[in-house]
Design a protein around this ligand. Structure first.
Ligand SMILES: *[C@@H]1O[C@H](CO)[C@@H](O)[C@H](O)[C@H]1NC(C)=O
Ligand SMILES: *[C@@H]1O[C@H](CO)[C@@H](O)[C@H](O)[C@H]1NC(C)=O
Length: 367
């Protein structure tokens, strides 16, 4: 089309030609119709390039008209622990600060989803079966679990299926901790007033658990109030934090001890409540990857339960307050919503390895 404009003897530029032809002839270097025509052509070409450049500028200027980015579709094959998934409006991930990310539980999207997530509990109970026969070639599958290896079974059936892991383990492809300390804006609220010693909330209480053995050894030396299903003293959801806040110490004893397995028993029940966590879980170094070294008391630092009890009972106020120095500049952020965890897949998506397969998921998770 451009060629036909320039190919005939007279330029057929219509309105554009009239606008710049007569007045600007003097700009053209040559004489005679042929040279004028060539010069006119080059000028029009330049104008076209300039227009394209302007368009490109408009498209690429940040904030004004960002280049369109494809929206990723993350299919959640079965929502964790429930047959009734939450509403997943299109702005679900935007509200967690993740753009271009759509969560769905519509299994019709299997053929086209950018990644499919399988939560382990439903695989373990065989409520869910993997749609291996319908899996599109090269579609990334995500194995998701926030439970510890002690409560995770049936992993040997899952050899060579999953490409990415979503879990609390720091070396997960999509790392989703139970909590995090974030910079605080503004002054910290004062520590809650204390009139009790140590609290523990526990629902599954078995003598073989290390946490129960430690509790039995501590109890003769330290006043510990035990709440939860185990003692038929359950705390309602909204009562837990205000109750624990009155205690100096909270026993953040994990149900099993595994790499990076630090749960809401630490983040919510203790740190968010404003009680000093006494932790039984992974080694001290794991905790120190998340919080300052003087933000908790680690049971491994003591030779016996009796020594630990003596340290806690003998603590004076200035020593106690030093454990909360971090609160001046940091605050606790809890992550407990599966929507936020799944949205994190989109945030990590560009960085995730494409050709990775967990041939030995069991070996990896139990390491
Ligand atoms: C699931 O997705 C399919 C394909 O996009 C669509 O036709 C169907 O209406 C969706 N179902 C629901 C319940 O949204
Ligand atoms: C409080 O305890 C610390 C550490 O045990 C000790 O150094 C300090 O002198 C004590 N302060 C008071 C006022 O007793």
């Amino acid at each position: 089309m451009l060629v036909s404009v320039w190919s005939s003897g007279k330029p057929r530029l219509g309105r554009w030609g009239r606008w710049w032809n007569p007045r600007r002839q003097h700009l053209f270097a040559g004489h005679g119709p042929a040279r004028r025509l060539r010069a006119l052509g080059s000028l029009a070409g330049t104008a076209l390039l300039a227009a394209l450049w302007l368009l490109w500028l408009l498209w690429s200027t940040p904030g004004e008209a960002p280049a369109p980015q494809p929206t990723l579709t993350i299919l959640i094959w079965h929502w964790p622990f429930t047959n009734r998934p939450p509403e997943l409006p299109s702005n679900t991930c935007t509200s967690y600060g993740v753009a271009h990310c759509r969560l769905s539980t519509n299994r019709s999207l299997l053929a086209t989803a950018d990644a499919v997530v399988f939560h382990h509990r439903e695989l373990q109970t065989r409520r869910v079966h993997l749609p291996l026969a319908e899996r599109p070639r090269g579609q990334p599958w995500v194995w998701a679990s926030m439970e510890s290896p002690s409560h995770t079974h049936g992993l040997s059936r899952l050899r060579g299926v999953f490409n990415w892991v979503l879990s609390y383990r720091r070396d997960s492809d999509i790392f989703v901790p139970y909590g995090r300390l974030e910079p605080r804006e503004g002054p910290a609220p004062p520590l809650p007033a204390k009139d009790r010693v140590a609290a523990w909330v526990v629902s599954n209480f078995h003598e073989r658990q290390r946490r129960v053995q430690l509790y039995r050894q501590l109890a003769p030396h330290l006043r510990v109030d035990v709440f939860g299903r185990a003692t038929r003293r359950p705390l309602c959801t909204n009562c837990l934090l205000p109750t624990v806040a009155r205690y100096l110490f909270y026993l953040s004893f994990e149900n099993s001890q595994h790499r990076d397995y630090i749960t809401e028993k630490f983040w919510r029940n203790a740190l968010a409540a404003g009680a000093l966590p006494v932790v039984l879980g992974p080694p001290r170094a794991s905790y120190e990857a998340f919080v300052p070294p003087d933000a908790f008391v680690h049971v491994d630092d003591f030779g016996s339960a009796r020594e630990l009890a003596a340290f806690l009972a003998g603590m004076n106020e200035s020593c106690y307050r030093r454990f909360f120095a971090w609160r001046d500049r940091l605050r606790v952020r809890l992550f407990s919503d599966w929507r936020e965890r799944f949205c994190a897949i989109c945030g990590r998506y560009p960085h995730l390895p494409r050709d990775q397969v967990y041939q030995d998921l069991k070996g990896w998770f139990q390491a």
